[in-house]
Each structure stands twice: as C-alpha cells, then as structure tokens.
Design a protein around this ligand. Structure first.
Ligand code: SAH
Length: 460
C-alpha cells in the first residue's frame, strides 16, 4: 500500500540525520519518511523547512542545528552555502575523508551486495586546498555591476567570487585582474538571455608542477577589445603565463568552449608533469584537475599492477593516455582505447613527448575495440578500466569475462556504479582483493577509488 507523505512543503520539522546522501546532503527519516537536508551532518538533530516533497522522499532547507556534530567546523569560504563548487567545507577534513570511506562501504553493501570488502582509509591531502588546476569563470552583469565567479548549484545564477580556496591562488589573482580590465575598458560582457555582448568566460589552466599558466578568453566574437594592453599587463604581472588564447564561441549554448582557438601570445600549449612524465595541455584537452593526487592515484594503480616489464596491459577508457604511459614504463606493452579521437591524438603526442614506444592507442568504443583485440590475439595480464561516472557498459564487462585477464584494476569516480560492476566482475570469477579510496576533490562530495580484482586461479 502506498503511504502518504507525512509532511508538506513549507512545514517546519525536527529530525535526526543518520547518514550522508547524494551531494553531501544529510539524510534521515521523519516519521519513517526520508528527508534530505544539505549541509546537515550525520548524527545531528536539526530543524528544517520542507522544500520539495516527492513520492518517497523530501528535500528540506537547514534552519537550525539543534545538536551540532563535533566534526562540524565554520566553512573557510564566505560563499560556501551559495556556490555550487564545494559541498563539505562544513566538516573537518578528517571527517570528510571518513565520510567518503563510509559512503564507499555503504555502496558496496547496498548496491554491490558485497560485505567484508577491504576498503582502506582514504588517501587525503596534507593541504586540502588550492589544488584545482583548471577553472572556467563565467562573466555577467547584475544590477549594472560586472560579476564573475561560479554558477550557484544547479542554476546559471553567477555568484560573484574574489577568492576560491580550492583553486590555485595565482588563478584567483589573474581573475581579479581580468575583472579590473573588464570594468576599466568597459568590455561588453555576454548576456546569456539576449545572446549579446562579447566576453563569455575566462578559462585558466595551470601546470601545478611546472608553474606554467594558460589564459583563454572565450568570446562571442573574434576580437578581444584592448587586446594589446591586456596582454601586456597580464604578462608583466604574471610571469607564470606562457600562453594566451582566444576561443571563439558564438553559439547559444551551455558548452563553454567553441571549436576554434587563436593564439594571442606565447605557446599553443602548456605543460605539466605527473611523476617523471610530461604532458601537453591545450584548451580542449582533458587533464586531471588535481595533479598532486593524480600521482597518488596512479601510484596506487602501479602498486596493484605489480609490473615486471613482461606484462601486456590494456587501459580501457584511457583519455589522453596518462595511466597507459605511467604503466608503460614498467610493462612489455600497453594498449589504450578511448572514444574521443582528439584525446587519442593527445595520447600519441604524449607518448612521443616522453619517448615511450611500447604503447598502442586506438580511438573507438571500448566495448567494440576490446573484443577485436582479443580476436587479434591480445591477451592482457592486467586490464585497467577508468570509466566515466555511469560505469562500464554491460558489453564490456561481458568481454572482460571472456578475456580473463589475471588482474583487473578498476579506477572509479562513482562508488555506486563501481559497486554495481564489482558484483558482475566477482560473478565472472574474480576476487575483489582490496580497495583504496583517494581524495582527488577535497571539500567536495566526490571520491575516487582504485579496486583490485584477481582471477581465481581455479577458474582459468
Ligand atoms: N584514464 C583517464 C581518463 C578517464 S575519464 C585519466 O586518468 O585521465 C573516462 C574516459 O572514458 C573519458 O576520456 C571518456 O571520453 C572515455 N569514454 C567514455 N565512454 C567510452 C567508451 N565507450 N569507450 C572508450 N572510452 C570511453
């Protein structure tokens, strides 16, 4: 029998938070009905206002914390509650890491039906701030004032921002400077609704290990007003800048970058390193947002792989080839497949840049390319998968079942789909040996995991 919700929109209720749900929200039951409240912490008793009621759950707004959790802290950022960028600044960093691990454990028990899995404590950062190496800042006008910052959660309302604590500090200074230019030179800022104005976004990328910076002006047009003056001033104040580009985006679209870039000054690309490898980064290329923790993540993959220069490795979902190249230094040969052709072009270029020859990259759908490689006699000892949030396609998991690599190393940015896929991999004859969560995104709800599966020898 369907139960009627015991609450209505606008009602003010008190209840106790018993866990963390999606988006870092606190979740608990009110008269048996599930209620989510952003910024509430597991264990806290809270007073909330009901905002939306659905069939099986409700969303509420936090009004008062009646019994604050001992891990609750004052968020560093003054716009934390408005900006959509961070979700967990109200928790101490230790508690954030603990909650992330608990979320992984819960997913494995609830979705994967896998209990007693060895899940290590999260590998966090010593300084869990200033890690983001890429930022896309929308510009707009509100009440006659230029604003630039981040969109509020699930909206296109720009929250004006001066200092973002999770991005590299030089990037904050560059953005402030550009804001000054926009005001001083009265550069027309883009109006989304009217599709008028010139400056849409400023995209900054930074090689945190090389110190190099790229500035991309995304324009609804092909000329940056006061180009010479702006370039001159930026270069003078920020010697880190190695590349200034103009990206033309004249479409009515939510996609930030348009298809073409024109170099205004310096190099077309900047470089960054992961370990001893060097990677070139252009405005469109994918590169992990937290380079410091990416090394921690890849080192974990390497440790699980236990390579001795004799192994054949397949890296499905290889992006610009970072994991493949990282492992190739220790393997006989690495095959990488990735669906975006430009990423494969970058992967090949990165192989050349690092003089790595024992890699083969192919553009295509992993689900189609892997079975073909099997037919062509590729027998991987280690298979690495690092799929997008939705996890592996069922067809790919079926192929894995037939390929029977000795080891599968699953890198995942979504514990829920990892748990779902883990169950299938286990049903295909693998043992889930252990898992290492890594914190690539401190102050946010996200957690990355590396899981090691080994083929039960009796099955081969
Ligand atoms: N391993 C890389 C990138 C992982 S992100 C790194 O660490 O940087 C996941 C990648 O999977 C993306 O680059 C995405 O384009 C790619 N992808 C998505 N669906 C795919 C598919 N069906 N086949 C192959 N690659 C796919």
């Amino acid at each position: 029998m369907k139960r009627k919700a015991p609450i209505q929109v606008g009602e003010i209720i008190e209840y106790t938070i018993t866990g963390q749900g999606q988006g870092g929200s606190g979740v608990g039951k009110y008269e048996g009905f599930t209620v989510f409240t952003p910024f509430a912490v597991s264990g806290e008793k809270v007073e909330v206002e009901v905002k939306h009621v659905k069939k099986t759950y409700a969303h509420a707004k936090l009004l008062r914390i009646l019994t604050p959790h001992s891990d609750r802290i004052t968020p560093q950022c003054p716009i934390f509650h408005q900006c959509g960028g961070c979700q967990t600044q109200h928790l101490s960093y230790e508690a954030q890491c603990r909650e992330k691990r608990q979320h992984v454990i819960d997913c494995f028990a609830r979705i994967g039906g896998l209990k007693d899995v060895v899940i290590h404590p999260v590998l966090g950062m010593k300084h869990p701030w200033e890690y983001r190496n890429k930022v896309a800042i929308p510009f707009g006008v509100r009440q006659g004032k230029v604003v630039a910052g981040f969109y509020a959660s699930q909206s296109h309302h720009i929250i004006d921002m001066d200092d973002c604590f999770i991005q590299h500090p030089v990037m904050n200074r560059v953005i402030s400077k550009i804001k000054e230019f926009v005001k001083m030179y009265r550069i027309p800022v883009y109006d989304e609704r009217k599709h008028q104005g010139i400056l849409r976004h400023v995209v900054l990328r930074m090689g945190v290990n090389t110190g190099e910076m790229m500035v991309v002006f995304v324009l609804n047009g092909d000329q940056l007003p006061y180009e010479d003056e702006i370039i001159h001033a930026l270069r003078e104040q920020f010697p880190q800048i190695e590349s200034i580009l103009l990206n033309q985006n004249t479409k009515k679209t939510n996609v930030i970058l348009g298809p073409t870039n024109r170099l205004l000054w310096g190099r077309e690309v900047i470089y960054d390193t992961i370990g001893s490898l060097r990677f070139s980064i252009s405005p469109h290329s994918f590169f992990q947002i937290n380079a410091t923790q990416t090394k921690v993540l890849y080192d974990q993959v390497l440790q699980y792989a236990q390579l001795t220069m004799k192994e054949i490795v397949v890296d499905a979902y290889c992006g610009i080839g970072t994991i493949a190249l990282y492992l190739a230094q220790h393997a006989k040969k690495v095959y990488g497949v990735e669906i975006v052709p430009q990423a494969i072009a970058d992967a090949n270029e990165n192989a050349l840049l690092n003089k790595i020859e024992n890699v083969h990259f192919e553009a295509g759908d992993a689900e189609e390319v892997l079975p073909r490689w099997v037919c062509e006699g590729v027998e991987p000892d280690v298979l690495v998968v690092d799929p997008p949030r939705k996890g592996c396609e069922p067809g790919l998991l079926e192929t894995i079942g037939k390929m029977k690599p000795k080891k599968i190393i699953y890198v995942s940015c979504n514990p829920a789909t990892l748990a779902r896929d883990a169950r299938i991999i286990v049903e295909n004859g693998y043992r889930l040996c252990e898992m290492q969560p890594v914190d690539l995104f401190p102050q946010t709800e996200h957690v990355e995991c590396v899981a090691l599966f080994q083929l039960d020898s009796s099955i081969r």
